[in-house]
Design a protein. Structure first.
Length: 337
């Protein structure tokens, strides 16, 4: 092992990724494709990844589609171009496979907003309630959850619970509030939110809609209620993409992370997609966690099969049941990746 690799491995936990120099003349796209074959690897990418990573992926999808693919793959190594909770979910679903994440520090503000020890105490106050957790949570939180959900299947999951049962919904208060409105169910909400979906500016969106009167305004349910109220359509990333493909409008104002615009534009090159403006000055809708993954880190993670997702056996055993339950309900309801 070279001295540089040895040092990079030693600093992996602190930095979150293998900090190694790459030969600048290397064609990374070709190298990654080569490694994919050599290592019988599958690259699963979320829609919020950089477009160059999406273009290399074997499957691009939303959280539900990615979990379904991770559960069904016969690849020997899963390379997860997404964030930590997604790679953990893949590991729980395929515990005997190697799962690598290009940057271990690709976290999620929603997952971080709900530490398992605090949630455990919160849950004790409602002993008869069913716990539904948005998949954007840690593996440890999943051990305290009865059924998982994603933004694609959340309504179907809530509706599968008997009407006389109380529900705790964690960690996203915005998705939770949306589900209360949509299903009419009374739910106890954990007070978490996504840092990307919380910063859209209602005032700037209204002005944009005035300037583009025929544009459809579409939003992810992680957005706040006052933003969702303005929306012509609300859905998960894959549902938003489908809407833009099927709807006859020529322009769309899109309130979610900007990575999704790549697939929207590829699917409908003749249409215009305008990212909804946030209320900050940099005017960017990027998720800093998703965007930690780069082509360089992807290449290194495949070459050295590091950083690897490692979970305690207990966490896999206790955390997996809520994901299996979600996949079972989703299959019955006809959700397919
Ligand atoms: P979906 O792609 O499942 O809609 O999730 C959005 C998201 O925020 C993922 O982190
Ligand atoms: Fe988490 Fe929000 Fe980033 Fe998705 S967009 S990974 S919910 S911080």
């Amino acid at each position: 092992m070279s001295a540089a690799l040895k040092q990079a491995k030693q600093t992996l936990d602190r930095k979150g990724f293998l900090d190694l120099e790459i030969d600048p003349t290397l064609d990374l796209v070709k190298e990654i494709q080569k490694l994919k074959k050599e290592k019988k690897a599958i690259i699963l990418a979320h829609y919020y990844q950089e477009s160059e990573i999406q273009d290399l992926a074997d499957y691009i999808g939303d959280s539900l589609g990615l979990s379904q693919k991770a559960a069904a793959t016969d690849a020997e190594m899963i390379v997860f171009a997404g964030v930590h909770f997604m790679a953990e979910t893949a590991k729980m679903l395929s515990p005997h496979k190697k799962v690598v994440l290009p940057d271990l520090k690709a976290g999620c503000s929603l997952a971080d907003s709900c530490p398992a020890p605090l949630f455990k105490k919160f849950k004790e106050r409602y002993p008869d309630h069913v716990v539904v957790s948005y998949i954007n949570c840690t593996a440890e939180l999943k051990t305290l959850t009865d059924i998982c959900c994603t933004s694609s299947n959340a309504v179907a999951i809530i509706e599968s619970i008997p009407k006389d049962k109380g529900i705790i919904f964690a960690p996203d208060k915005n998705l939770g509030a949306y589900l209360i409105k949509k299903t009419g169910r009374d739910m106890v909400l954990w007070n978490g939110a996504c840092m990307v979906h919380e910063i859209f500016s209602q005032e700037k969106i209204t002005k944009l809609m005035e300037r583009h009167p025929s544009a459809k305004f579409i939003a992810h349910p992680e957005c706040e209620a006052h933003i969702l109220e303005q929306a012509d359509f609300i859905g998960s990333t894959s549902q938003l993409l489908k809407f833009t493909r099927e709807n006859s409008a020529a322009e769309f104002i899109v309130a979610t992370e900007s990575g999704i615009l790549h697939q929207m534009q590829l699917a409908s090159p003749q249409k215009t997609f305008i990212p909804a403006p946030p209320n900050n000055t940099c005017a960017c809708n990027d998720c800093p966690h998703m965007k930690r993954n780069t082509l360089e880190k992807l290449y290194l993670s495949m070459k050295y099969e590091l950083p690897e997702i490692v979970l305690e056996e207990r966490v896999i055993r206790e955390g997996r049941a809520c994901i299996d339950k979600m996949l079972e309900i989703s299959e019955k309801a006809g959700f397919k990746a």
